[in-house]
Design a protein around this ligand. Structure first.
Ligand code: GDP
Ligand code: MG
Ligand code: ZN
Length: 356
């Protein structure tokens, strides 16, 4: 049994019900994407749900299907532990990436999140360029980013890496954490609030699940009943939504091998704020900082004020963004054509049946 408020329900979603009476549909939140089904938390409890055929057919693109964190409207089946998803409510925020592989598809990693914890580990794999990439996607999502540099216990000088990371994350809180020493764990709680949702993202093995476990351990004993995997500890197989007893919801994600940018129009500008709107100002308002005369950004690189690696990182992500935007236009065109072809074929079949 769940209270919708504990799961993050609020006016934004309530309004969507008011404008469209749900009939026998009830709201629930997608806790987990499984193979061919979803785990949905509703007032009546945890439900195994499949999508209605109508919803699947109407979904021109993959992002129209439910993702972890989505609020959906379901009809519970008799018996009460399964359900059918009929509608995905409009999202307040969504963290997306380009789906892995060749296809031009948007994969929603988590929907309706308030805070995204970008986790990196302070070991030899640590790479500020990866943090920049994540931040571009997070700023685009509409959620607030927080960077956690985990495994601080393995690092001689975590403070200097915090400073270095802050310099590539303008306006973003950066904290060193360790699930071994307990350092920084309180700081994580400070970025969470009752009714809010946080998601943990980052490469595999950086300690996302461990951090969530540590958060739960800080809480009361009753937490143990909430872990439904039977093993006592929580591990990630797919995206999972967990209600924190003291208030708030967290979504764990499996490690991502790559985070290809999907949309990052706004996100890149915020992740690279000092480049997008340089203090001095470029001579041309639409300067793309390539070879334009009077470019303040190129000047800053020349003067050594803007590190070359940072500028190169911006250029690389900017090219990737432009490439994706062009591919998306093309893919949408193809999807629309397919949809109309299907509608025409359905119609023709209907006419033929009627003619009999
Ligand atoms: N030394 C150290 N190891 C950690 C820390 N956090 C997690 N680990 C270890 O890192 C490994 C991967 O952790 P896990 O939480 O599964 O990472 P995930 O893939 O990001 O969820 C496990 O062996 C953890 O015990 C930490 O703060 N310090
Ligand atoms: Mg994990
Ligand atoms: Zn410029």
């Amino acid at each position: 049994m769940f209270r919708l408020e504990d799961l993050g329900w609020g006016p934004f979603f309530q309004q969507q019900l008011n404008s469209e009476p749900p009939g026998d549909l009830v709201p629930g939140r997608v806790a987990e994407e499984m193979k061919g089904a979803y785990r949905v938390y509703a007032e009546s409890g945890s439900l195994t749900a499949t999508t209605a055929g109508r919803l699947r057919h109407a979904a021109v693109t993959r992002d129209a299907l439910p993702a972890a964190g989505d609020w959906v409207l379901v009809t519970p089946n008799p018996g009460g532990d399964s359900a059918v998803i009929h509608k995905v409510l409009a999202r307040r925020t969504k963290l997306s990436r380009k789906a892995a592989g060749e296809r031009t598809d948007e994969q929603v990693l988590a929907a309706n999140v308030d805070t995204v914890f970008v986790v990196a580990a302070l070991n030899q794999d640590f790479n500020p360029r990866r943090v920049e990439r994540y931040l571009a996607a997070v700023w685009e999502s509409g959620a607030r980013p927080v960077v956690l540099l985990n495994k601080a216990d393995l690092c001689n000088d975590p403070d200097s890496l915090v400073l270095e990371t802050e310099s590539v994350a303008p306006g973003v809180p950066v904290r060193a954490t360790s699930t071994v020493s307990g350092a920084g764990l309180k700081a994580i709680r400070e970025h969470m609030a009752p009714g809010e949702t946080a998601v943990f993202v980052g490469s595999s093995g950086v300690g996302k699940s461990s951090l969530i476990n540590a958060l739960l351990d800080v809480e009361a004993q009753s937490v143990r009943d909430i872990r439904a995997d039977g093993k006592g500890r929580h591990t990630t197989t797919s995206r999972q939504l967990i209600v924190i007893p003291a208030g708030g919801v967290v979504i764990d994600t499996p490690g991502l091998r790559e985070l290809g940018l999907w949309d990052a129009d706004v996100g890149l500008g915020r992740a690279f704020a000092e480049i997008d709107s340089p203090v001095g100002g470029c001579a041309f308002r639409d300067c793309r900082h390539v070879a334009e005369p009077g470019c303040a950004v190129l000047q800053a690189v020349d003067d050594g004020v803007l590190p070359e690696e940072r500028f190169a990182s911006y250029r690389k992500l900017e090219r990737e963004r432009g490439f994706m935007a062009r591919r998306q236009d093309k893919a949408l065109e193809i999807a629309e054509k397919k949809r109309w072809r299907r509608i025409h074929m359905d119609n023709r079949q209907r006419m033929r049946l009627r003619g009999r």
